[in-house]
Design a protein around this ligand. Sequence first.
Ligand SMILES: [Zn+2]
Length: 120
Amino acid sequence: MYCPRCKHIVEGIKCPDCKKPTREPREDDVCLLTEKPAALGEMLADVLRQNGIQPLCMGALGAGLSTLLGANIEYLKIYTDYSDRERALELCDELFGGIKGEEAEQAESDAAEGEEGAEA
Ligand SMILES: [Zn+2]
């Protein structure tokens, strides 16, 4: 079921987060796919675009943590149309499923380099 308020797929007839009634998802409903640190989120968005899926990215600051660490910890929420969701989830699994430890750090720095290039 789909919660139009939170824009994500949930179990049951009421959303566990906002307690509003859910409904059957429609093809063009925008659903939350995942939330990732900005560099990984950008990477995922690129992969989705390369596969013909147009993602919607929304930034979210981890307020408490960024104050604590004095660092700019930004998370990206990635949304896709419901009709693209299944494929997007597969791509997400392919991208992040195999990435562990050092590989993840490598991928993260690669994505950061790409970001700098785009800004210049
Ligand atoms: Zn909700």
